[in-house]
Design a protein around this ligand. Structure first.
Ligand code: URA
Length: 248
């Protein structure tokens, strides 16, 4: 990769800012000052310093977004606001980011955005068994029969027989935070993500999802400090948790 491109990626500088600091002679590659902006460097093998400070290469970037209702899980859309439009211009420009799977337009909660296609693919593959936890506001309370139906891998409709899923009531604490206004609610953990799956599973038991929020995926929990529309980078520990959740 060109030195100016690598420096821009590592620091968030524009390419022209990166070129300026290289020409100034404050960028070292493996301890040697380099002033040629087009110098080819191997990003995995070099130690790069800027003004004496070591820069580390981040191969991929990972964000968690608290997706608000009304946004579509796509990189582009003619009619609606996309989840990518919620990122700052700088973060959007940084990489070719895309959402990891989809949430419905009216669904809120945890959505990862990344440029890591391999991890993304694994997280949405039902074969890899990454858990997705949803909290749902419902038209009626769940029953023991509903819990058994979810656990058994129910036939949802002509097109979908679901893999076994865990349905449960919310803890007191979860309920107070999720539904302070009151009403029926439940938590469901699935390992697949077919179109409208949670809504269709509840519909198959004669219930209706009135509001849906994803709370966790692959062992990483939505940061409750993030308001709808807000996002942050994953910590290194969270990336490791995600990777572990799909390693087999
Ligand atoms: N299941 C649904 O029905 N909708 C979502 O957005 C996610 C899972």
């Amino acid at each position: 990769m060109r030195l100016d491109k690598l420096l821009a990626e590592l620091t968030g500088m524009t390419r022209s800012q990166a070129r300026d600091v290289i020409v100034k002679g404050i960028v070292c590659v493996n301890g040697e000052v380099k002033k040629v902006t087009a110098e080819q460097v191997k990003e995995e093998d070099v130690v790069l310093t800027l003004d004496g400070k070591e820069l580390t290469f981040q191969r991929y970037v990972y964000y968690m977004l608290n997706k608000p209702a009304g946004t579509v899980s796509a990189t582009q859309d003619k009619e609606s606001k996309t989840v990518l439009s919620l990122l700052s211009a700088e973060d959007r420009k940084r990489r070719n980011l895309f959402p990891v799977g989809r949430l419905d337009k009216d669904t809120e909660g945890l959505l990862f955005l990344t440029d890591d296609g391999i991890l993304s693919h694994k997280l949405i593959s039902p074969k890899k068994h990454a858990d997705k936890l949803y909290f749902a506001k419902l038209s009626r309370e769940i029953t023991k029969e509903d819990i058994a139906a979810f656990a058994s891998g129910m036939k949802v409709d002509e097109e979908l027989t679901a893999m076994p899923a865990v349905l449960r009531t919310l803890t007191e604490e979860e309920y107070a935070a999720f539904l302070p206004e009151g009403g029926a609610a439940a938590a469901v953990t699935l390992q697949e993500g077919k179109f409208h799956q949670v809504k269709r599973m509840f519909a198959a038991t004669g219930n209706e999802v009135l509001y849906l929020k994803r709370m966790a995926m692959g062992g990483v929990v939505l940061d409750e400090a993030l308001l709808p529309g807000e996002y942050r980078e994953l910590t290194n520990e969270e990336v490791l948790v995600l990777q572990k959740s799909v390693a087999e």
